[in-house]
Design a protein around this ligand. Structure first.
Ligand code: ATP
Length: 501
């Protein structure tokens, strides 16, 4: 799939230089010496990215950008200024420029900016190709408020409730592939609150795209050009439990958590602090979070800023937080504050045709990355993908397709290029895990073969101990974080499908 770039610059020699820098990436290039020519080429259609060199001191420097935002909102624009001009840069970013580079620009930097800008475009092309390949019924003019249909990969391509253009649009705008109604609902809700300051909790199984959605929510809003600080609560909790094991006297009393919290807030000043897997946040930091949220409420009630850092909190969880509250394992007061706005991401196995769209997207991405001429999938490979349960959700699919592209010697990925065991009958979910998984008799890598008995032992212990993790970790003689990670890996984290509306 070729992408077309439009380069705009008044200097013919610069135009030629930029074209030669980018042509080697395999893009088709159009050139325009001025705004008028650029507009004409835009109206002809087919352009995926505009790169324009402008003089920031020129009063009309941002006219072309403004035109692009008015008429071609989805097409990214990269500007190049010959001199640094922070004021104009800020204005250009506010108007919607994807990036402002200083010209002359090193070829590597320019190519990196172009690759980044075209990521969503490639995703959109892949989504469109996947939709076409799946030969879905023609989209109707159904409105997006129509009730969402329930999708199952077993259903034979139930017509999607909204036009596929919609999926394309999502991919173009935010690099999120998928047409599932619940996914779309979550993204639309995210878009509507992107510039608000209120905390948002993103809920979904591991690998469903919670971090991607958090990053998108941040980038879409008014804080998009400020810091996005990702705080991995599980890693923090693990580091902390190791520290405790070495020094049992250390803890919150020594003020370390206070310093750590302040440092995170300082880093995220003006932007977003994303607490990934918030239920793993250690108790002392939960208290810090609660205080920060309370201070925020106090501040807005009194409409004064009492020196609190200006940080928006986004959080994710793959656990049933209300269940943890009931079991006394998560503070109720904190839960009420963080769960006011809750975005729910559906598991991949409930997302019907999204499996094929995502597979096509990752195939295109990895084929480009590894420079391989892998153009699609055989029917048996698609059957395998559709039959699988995807406990690791989109992340698992991404890994499977990456492997498929690497192993594929021909032009299409076959079932043989996919992971062994994929397409076997679906494994049961945590709620119906009474039966033991069968051990395969085929010879496989040891690490992979050991996963099945490990999973079975963990399930047995959890069931025997009524899913009490602390007890289970004690009985299995592993620490709680290790148990948590293994549960996450095997798709055992969720007590019930809390993200299904
Ligand atoms: N709809 C999507 N379109 C394209 N890529 C996606 C989509 N959803 C997830 N991904 C990709 O799948 C991978 C896993 O996504 P992400 O890390 O956001 O999941 P997560 O729910 O935060 O996982 P975890 O709970 O394990 O932290 C990432 O590489 C992400 O870019």
């Amino acid at each position: 799939m070729k992408t077309r770039l439009l380069i705009v610059h008044p200097e013919p020699s610069t135009l030629a230089l930029l074209s030669s820098m980018l042509m080697s990436m395999g893009h088709e290039i159009d050139e325009a010496a001025n705004d008028r020519m650029a507009v004409r080429l835009m109206e002809r259609g087919g352009v995926d990215l505009m790169i324009a060199g402008v003089d920031p001191s020129d009063i009309e420097a941002l006219e072309l950008l403004a035109y692009m935002r008015r008429k071609h909102r989805q097409i990214p624009v990269i500007l190049m200024f010959p001199d640094s001009n922070p004021e104009r840069t800020k204005e250009a970013l506010r108007l919607g420029a994807l990036a402002v580079l200083k010209f002359p620009v090193p070829a590597t930097e320019l190519r990196a900016a172009v690759t980044q800008a075209l990521g969503p475009v490639v995703a959109a092309q892949a989504a469109a190709a996947a939709a076409a390949a799946a030969a879905l019924p023609k989209p109707t003019t159904q409105s997006s408020s129509a009730p969402p249909s329930t999708h199952s990969p077993h259903q034979n391509h139930t017509p999607a409730p909204a036009p596929h253009l919609r999926a394309e649009q999502l991919a173009i705008d935010w690099g999120i592939v998928g047409n599932d109604p619940s996914l779309r609902q979550a993204i639309e809700l995210a878009a509507s609150m992107a510039s608000m300051r209120s905390p948002v909790l993103i809920v979904g199984e591991p690998g469903t795209g919670k971090s991607l959605l958090a990053q998108t929510l941040h980038s879409m809003g008014s804080r998009g050009d400020k810091a996005f600080v990702n705080f991995d609560c599980t890693a923090r909790s693990e580091a902390w439990s190791e520290h405790e094991a070495i020094d049992p006297n250390s803890g919150s009393a020594n003020g370390q958590s206070d310093r750590e919290w302040r440092s995170q807030l300082a880093q995220a000043q003006g932007g977003t602090l994303f607490l990934d897997e918030v239920s793993a946040l250690p108790d002392d930091l939960r208290l810090q979070l609660l205080r920060s949220l309370q201070d925020r409420e106090f501040e807005s009630m009194n409409s004064n800023h009492n020196g609190q850092p200006d940080v928006r909190f986004l959080m994710s969880t793959s656990e049933n937080l209300s269940g943890l509250v009931e079991q006394g394992k998560f503070r109720q007061d904190l839960y009420h504050r963080i769960s006011v706005i809750c975005l729910k991401l559906p598991p991949l196995r409930h997302r019907g045709t999204d499996i094929e769209q995502l597979a096509e997207y990752f195939r295109a991405r990895f084929a480009q990355e590894f420079n391989k001429n892998v153009v699609g999938f055989t029917r048996d490979a698609l059957d395998c993908l559709n039959k699988h349960d995807w406990p690791g959700n989109v992340r698992e699919l991404e890994g499977v397709i990456q492997r498929g592209v690497v192993l594929c010697q021909g032009s299409r990925i076959t079932s043989g290029h996919l992971s062994p065991g994929l397409g076997n009958p679906r494994v049961s979910r945590p709620s119906s895990m009474s039966s033991r998984p069968q051990l395969s008799s085929s010879i496989r890598p040891l690490k992979e073969a050991l996963e099945e008995p490990e999973k079975r032992i963990i399930i047995q212990a959890l069931q025997a101990l009524n899913w009490n993790r602390q007890e289970t970790a004690r009985v299995l003689d592993i620490n709680r974080t290790t148990l948590y990670k293994k549960m996450k890996k095997y798709g055992l984290l969720v007590d019930g499908p809390i993200w299904v509306n």
